[in-house]
Design a protein around this ligand. Structure first.
Ligand code: NCD
Length: 313
């Protein structure tokens, strides 16, 4: 699966900075990383290199999979998992934190509550910056692993009908994913209670680009003609106050009943963490792919690290 495309990015800030060919190139590289990601083979192509994980917001998968990816490639990691233990607590600006940490490491991974934080960091960093989520903005590495999962499970990305469900207002994973799928011309249905529907700017961008989409409130109805159902949790931490959150809490759930009319080969994805929007009973159905999806974060992040460091397998 050789591609003619070259990867010459200095940073990974937004999925909008990628073309379809460049995405394909990363997914192909991730495929090559699989035996190492699974521990069946080993390599030390990033020996002596250091990754700085700077997490100003909670994370399990993204932070640990970057760490595992770096170590699988023979590299090392430093970092912090909470702003409470960094000097931002003392009032240090993000710009200063990045200027300094990028002199300690060869690559910087940043998760931050403010939209635009990764773009700003890329201006101050002397090393490549990977956006691991900036507020409700973008989460490009998650999107690449989502696309990798769809391609792996379905054989292609464009020919599927994909339902994107849950908190479409505040969810950065679905903002990034929608942008990417629009590049593939994939059919999309946005499934959410009206207050959590996709932001108008994103819908406008789709319309301007000639991309048609559907909107729906009921997951059970929407699921009937879907190839992929992508579910997300309500982003409680982004609501202006608890009262607003409580108005919409528990407003949707995927369970066996919701899936009664699903096609046999439907796959269900979720970036995780799950709270209560997918009942555990769904885990044992042939639809569930969210744990495989999470595992796909390792080869994708290995591919990105090696490409950004200019060291290939
Ligand atoms: C997501 C995130 O942080 O945006 N988590 C992840 O990286 N897999 C999804 C979420 O927190 O709901």
């Amino acid at each position: 699966m050789k591609s003619k495309v070259e990867f010459n990015k200095n940073h990974v800030v937004s999925i909008r900075d990628f073309s379809v060919d460049e995405i394909g190139y990363v997914l192909d590289k991730a495929e090559l990383m699989e035996p190492i990601a699974q521990g069946r083979e080993s390599t030390d192509i990033l020996r002596g290199k250091i990754l700085a994980n700077l997490f100003f917001e909670p994370s399990t998968r993204t932070m640990l999979s970057f760490e595992a990816a770096m170590k699988r490639l023979g590299g090392n990691t430093i970092g912090f998992a909470s702003p409470d233990v960094s000097s931002s607590k003392k009032g240090e600006t993000l710009a200063d934190t990045i200027t300094v940490t990028s002199s300690y490491a060869d690559i910087v991974v940043l998760r931050h509550p403010q939209e635009g934080a990764a773009r700003l960091a890329s201006k101050f960093s002397s090393k490549p910056v990977l956006n691991a989520g900036d507020g409700a903005g973008q989460h490009p590495t998650q999107t690449l692993l989502d696309l990798y999962t769809i391609r792996k499970e379905k054989g292609e990305i464009s020919g599927n009908k994909i339902g994107i469900a849950g908190d479409l207002k505040y969810g950065r994973t679905v903002h990034s994913l929608t942008t990417a799928l629009s590049m593939y011309g994939t059919e999309m249905t946005f499934i959410a209670p009206p207050p959590l529907q996709m932001p108008k700017e994103i819908l406008r961008r789709l319309t301007d680009g000639g991309i048609e989409y559907e909107q729906q409130e009921d997951i059970g109805k929407a699921v009937e003609d879907l190839d992929v159902l992508y579910v997300t949790r309500i982003q409680r931490e982004r609501f202006p106050n608890e009262e607003e959150y409580l108005k919409i809490a528990d407003s949707y759930n995927v369970n066996l009943e919701t899936l009664e009319n699903a096609m046999d080969d439907l796959i269900i994805m979720h970036p995780l963490p799950r709270v209560d929007e997918i009942s555990p009973e769904v885990d044992d159905t042939p639809f569930a792919r969210y744990f495989e999806q999470a595992a796909n974060g390792i080869p994708i992040r290995m591919a990105l690290l090696s490409l950004l460091m200019g060291v290939e397998l």
